[in-house]
Write a protein of this length. Structure first.
Length: 307
């Protein structure tokens, strides 16, 4: 009887100790939960980089807090990226609006002048020519915007074929030759004497070279050099010109969409030409880069050479 009583008393004591431990742990958990909730309310109320901390070492709550902090930092990174993207799109819309509004405003002004009575025929012809050029500028801008939108949406279709890059390069240069002569600069052209073949979409390859030519026309000051030659296992296309509108620190941005070194955006450029050239080049397995040496700006495109 005495043994049974002692055993029962011992078990009761053990149970009391266990109950005390459980009560203490429960209290720690409750304090931890209350601490986390208070911190979360603080985070909801303020835009802060604050992370959750532990009030005590209750069980695996520290591990849970660490996971929550990782998730929080991940969400913050996503929010920062979205904010940066939204800012970029807002700036892009502003740039597009300016680029489109400029030729339209010019056209409207010349149309109003054409409506004036007694306008000499010579002036009418001059104004009509200006209107035609402005509308062509606008058409090219819209074409680039549409092309870039298709690229971003992944809607471009590629027809890769064995392409004689030498012939197509020379053909495109001839299309722009008069434009450079009108600027008072005869370009220096070097095209390798033998055919250089690459795998490429002929339309995309032509657009790359056209965009590089237009960029040189708009931003170059002279000293134009256009070259195509084999370099090891690759075919190199290099377009270079003298410039005073770009600095070394800007080289990493010249292929960004809507970026232009002409901050006034007065040179009829959307800032999409080089971005499209970069996208087309990458899609066809090529490489593109820009360099600046002693006032000479160069863009080189390379594609793997095939036999």
């Amino acid at each position: 009887m005495g043994f049974a009583f002692a055993l029962a008393a011992g078990m009761a004591a053990v149970l009391c100790v266990l109950a005390g431990i459980l009560a203490l742990r429960l209290l720690c958990y409750r304090r931890q939960v209350r601490h986390i909730l208070e911190q979360m309310e603080f985070l909801e109320a303020l835009d802060s980089n604050f992370l959750l901390t532990a009030a005590n070492r209750a069980g695996r709550t520290e591990e849970m807090i660490s996971r929550m902090n990782q998730a929080t930092e991940g969400l913050r990174d996503q929010v920062r990226r979205l904010q940066k993207t939204n800012q970029s799109y807002r700036e892009s819309i502003t740039s597009i609006s300016h680029d489109i509004r400029t030729p339209l405003t010019s056209v409207k002004g010349y149309v109003q002048m054409l409506q004036q009575p007694g306008m000499p025929e010579g002036k009418k012809r001059e104004y009509l020519d200006i209107i035609e050029r402005r509308l062509e500028d606008l058409s090219q801008m819209l074409k680039q915007l549409f092309e870039y939108a298709r690229l971003e949406a992944g809607e471009m279709e590629w027809n890769l074929e064995r392409l004689n890059a030498s012939n197509l390069f020379a053909e495109i240069i001839s299309m722009f030759y008069e434009d450079f002569l009108e600027k008072g600069c005869e370009p220096e052209v070097e095209v390798f004497g033998k055919p250089c073949y690459i795998w490429a979409d002929s339309h995309a390859f032509a657009r790359i070279v056209e965009n590089l030519m237009k960029n040189a026309l708009v931003h170059g000051l002279g000293g134009y050099r256009f070259a195509l030659a084999p370099v090891g296992e690759e075919v190199s296309i290099c377009i270079s010109n003298e410039t005073d509108s770009i600095e070394e620190k800007e080289l990493e941005r010249v292929f960004d969409r809507f970026y232009t070194t002409d901050q006034s955006r007065s040179r009829r450029s959307t800032g999409l030409g080089l971005a499209i050239a970069q996208e087309f080049t990458g899609q066809m397995g090529g490489k593109i880069g820009a360099s600046l040496q002693e006032g000479r700006f160069s863009i080189e495109v390379r594609f793997p050479r095939i036999g």
